[in-house]
Design a protein around this ligand. Structure first.
Ligand code: ATP
Ligand code: MG
Length: 217
């Protein structure tokens, strides 16, 4: 029986930048995932399938073997608390930065070196708490699922921890970057058991992606 390799991707940026990369690796879905409503797509390569799920769910699918491979942002991986996941390859796509931001009016007289306790709105509570705890700064965290940049405008918190690429959204809401937490890009992750059980089929896809990323660089 042919081994199947199921690759989990998320709609949005990862799919938009991941599809061209997969195509360069010789993996092309038979239907367009950007328009199809189907969540599991066959590809031109027999046995290789693409599953489209929420970005935050990719590590869960891969950890539990519902997908053999996955493409997930480093932000999502840093926040995820699980094992059985193997981070294989930096794909260099969906690049951005995880930053602390605050209103420009506050930044004009704020000194991050004087921080001892912060109230922060973010989609990344674990990563945020860990980052500040390592510097001896306490955090009161308000967990949000999106539109973090609204929080200071409506008085939820002065500061936010969010992804920034161009900084346009921050600026449009009167916010400025005050601290860099991490450089982010999407990584190829694998289920540890599948790497052993389906070695040949997995290696073929991984090698192709590695090659495609190399050409990209
Ligand atoms: P959903 O829309 O389902 O709530 P999401 O907001 O996490 O999920 P995306 O906005 O597509 O979905 O983000 C997916 C991944 O893309 C993020 O985890 C991050 O790694 C990357 N990403 C997010 N925002 C940016 C950005 N502004 N620039 C570059 N990459 C980004
Ligand atoms: Mg988003």
């Amino acid at each position: 029986m042919r081994e199947t390799v199921n690759i989990a991707l998320s709609k949005g940026r990862i799919l938009e930048e991941g599809l061209p990369l997969l195509a360069r690796a010789g993996v092309v879905p038979v239907e367009d995932p950007l328009t199809s409503r189907r969540l599991v797509l066959e590809t031109n390569r027999p046995g290789v399938k693409i599953t489209v799920i929420r970005a935050q769910d990719v590590p869960t699918y891969v950890q539990f073997g519902a997908a053999d491979l996955g493409v997930a942002g480093k932000d999502v991986l840093m926040e995820y608390d699980g094992d059985g996941l193997c981070e294989l390859l930096d794909l260099g796509i969906a690049r951005c930065k995880l930053m602390v931001a605050e209103p420009a009016s506050l930044a004009s007289h704020d000194d991050p070196r004087a921080w001892t306790r912060l109230r922060i709105a973010t989609k990344y509570p674990r990563t945020t708490r860990r980052h500040f705890a390592a510097k001896g700064i306490q955090t009161d965290i308000i967990k949000l699922y999106g539109s973090m940049e609204l929080a200071p405008l409506v008085g939820l918190s002065d500061r936010i921890v969010d992804l920034v690429s161009t900084g346009k959204t921050l600026r449009a809401n009167g916010l400025v970057e005050v601290e860099h937490i991490a450089d982010i890009s999407a990584w190829l992750v694998a289920n540890r058991a599948a790497l052993k059980m389906k070695r040949a089929a997995m290696k073929d896809v991984i090698d192709r992606l590695q090659e495609a990323v190399g050409h990209n660089a």
